[in-house]
Design a protein around this ligand. Structure first.
Ligand code: DP6
Length: 334
């Protein structure tokens, strides 16, 4: 019975919108840093029918909604379809029991689906290893079938989600750009609200195309931003990373806010924190950047030298919860 462990990632170039929603095949490439915390652990076992149980870090059981269970069932079905495509249709048994232990508060912009589905994909890789030895790229495809951004948490360090071409099940996949030890960046996560968001990413992706600013976003990523971001990571150029990551995050939120229906994930608190970070950066010349996913949470990514000051800043924010993370090693079997 395999057990896998994984963590979220924070994107510098954001994945937003698909060219094929059902299979989560993105419109454009994205790139992220895998974090070292908080952790998700999954045990997987053979079963006749699907069973999913989820526990918080204090051991209490989290009740799963019907739509959550349906997502795991759909993921299993797609995983089987992918294994058929690889020529091993019988690698997975009729069904599985999935036991999740997660230290991530759900739906607060801390990429819990990325951690869960990268973890589950790694566990599936372990479960079927007697039949087939999946590569990390293949495992990232299984992760993507559950949550697009999960493809990136299969790898440690800095990872791109390559959009590829066409609508085949394996056309989009994760690809590591640099290992964890390449650049010891920190992500100090400031959470102004612990309320669950009302519109999840999956529903949001489906409306991305309705924004009049979406085509320009895709062009900017494919012609310039993705490459600039990968270059910034490879050369450890923080100023360049900051410029392109902040531009891309604000651009994604502009697309969200101009979609039909509009999606407003950022709050007044988010904007207040951003402005304070900008003035702190101006005063003290700190290498720190901000980036926000689908929620009001602000990720403050900084270098090791700035981490102390950013930590102090984060803990001084009133009524905010703070998670301290740094670059991590990605999904693995334990
Ligand atoms: C804003 O991967 O969470 O965090 O495939 O529906 O699970 P699903 O979407 P998801 O989308 C990520 C959106 C984002 C940006 C990013 O992480 O790249």
């Amino acid at each position: 019975m395999p057990t896998a462990r994984s963590t979220p990632n924070i994107a510098f170039i954001k994945y937003w919108g698909n060219r094929f929603d059902a299979l989560r095949i993105p419109m454009a490439d994205s790139v992220s840093m895998t974090l070292d915390a908080p952790t998700v652990e999954i045990d997987l076992d053979h079963a006749e029918v699907l069973g999913v149980q989820s526990f918080a870090s204090d051991g209490s059981e989290r009740s799963l909604k019907e739509k959550d269970i349906a997502r795991f069932q759909k993921h299993l079905d797609f995983t089987k379809r992918y294994l058929e495509h690889l020529g091993v249709p019988n690698a997975i048994p009729a069904s599985v029991t999935i036991t999740i232990r997660s230290a991530i508060p759900p739906a607060i912009g801390l990429a819990s689906s990325a951690a869960v589905f990268s973890c589950l994909a790694r566990a599936y890789q372990g479960l079927i290893s007697p039949t087939i030895a999946l590569t990390d790229k293949q495992t990232s495809i299984i992760a993507r079938l559950g949550s697009g951004s999960a493809a990136r948490s299969i790898f440690g360090g800095f990872t791109a989600l390559i959009a590829g071409e066409g609508d085949a099940i394996d056309s989009a996949y994760g690809e590591q750009c640099a290992q964890e030890k390449h650049w010891p960046l920190h992500d100090i996560v400031v959470v102004p609200s612990m309320e669950e968001k009302t519109v999840g990413s999956t529903e949001g992706h489906a409306t991305a195309h309705t924004s009049p600013f979406y085509p320009a976003r895709i062009t900017a990523i494919t012609t310039r931003r993705q490459q600039a971001c990968v270059d910034a990571v490879l050369t450890r150029d923080f100023e360049k990373l900051q410029a392109v990551a902040e531009e891309d995050s604000l651009d994604m939120h502009h697309v969200m806010e101009t979609s039909d229906p509009p999606l407003q994930y950022l709050s007044g608190e988010t904007h207040r924190i951003i402005h304070e970070v900008e003035s702190l950066r101006r005063q003290r010349h700190l290498p720190v950047l901000y980036t926000m996913d689908a929620g009001p949470t602000v990720h403050l990514v900084c270098t090791e030298e700035a981490a102390g000051a950013i930590r102090d800043f984060a803990h001084a924010q009133k009524d905010c919860q703070v998670f301290e993370t740094k670059v991590g090693g990605g999904a693995h079997l334990v």
